[in-house]
Design a protein around this ligand. Structure first.
Ligand code: ZN
Length: 105
């Protein structure tokens, strides 16, 4: 009888609740395609998540273009955007918007 048991880690990503409407500038490539995500890594046995590698999921900002990640605590500008609410996003003069920036209503 032969059993094949695989061990590994699996990263579970999802949009961060309360931050879904926020699109911000990536500090690595300067494109306006960074989104807030919740990221939680788990140990898996046979692809079944068994044990989390941290007590809480990480709250990060991830760029969709260059995949640069940054801790949400290092981006106080995002909390300011969140308090303004959707549709109130203002661009700063230091960061001109990219030509492929999504339109907001
Ligand atoms: Zn980027």
């Amino acid at each position: 009888m032969f059993f094949c048991i695989t061990f590994g880690t699996q990263e579970f990503k999802s949009p961060l609740k309360g931050y879904e409407h926020i699109t911000t500038r990536c500090l690595n490539c300067n494109n306006w395609r960074a989104y807030c995500i919740k990221d939680w890594e788990w140990i898996t046995i046979c692809f079944i998540p068994i044990l989390p590698l941290s007590f809480h999921p990480y709250k990060e900002v991830e760029c969709q273009i260059c995949h640069f990640r940054q801790d949400l605590r290092d981006r106080p500008d995002i909390e300011a955007q969140r308090q303004q609410g959707p549709g109130q996003i203002q661009m700063t003069p230091q960061a001109p918007p990219a030509p492929n920036m999504p339109q907001y209503k």
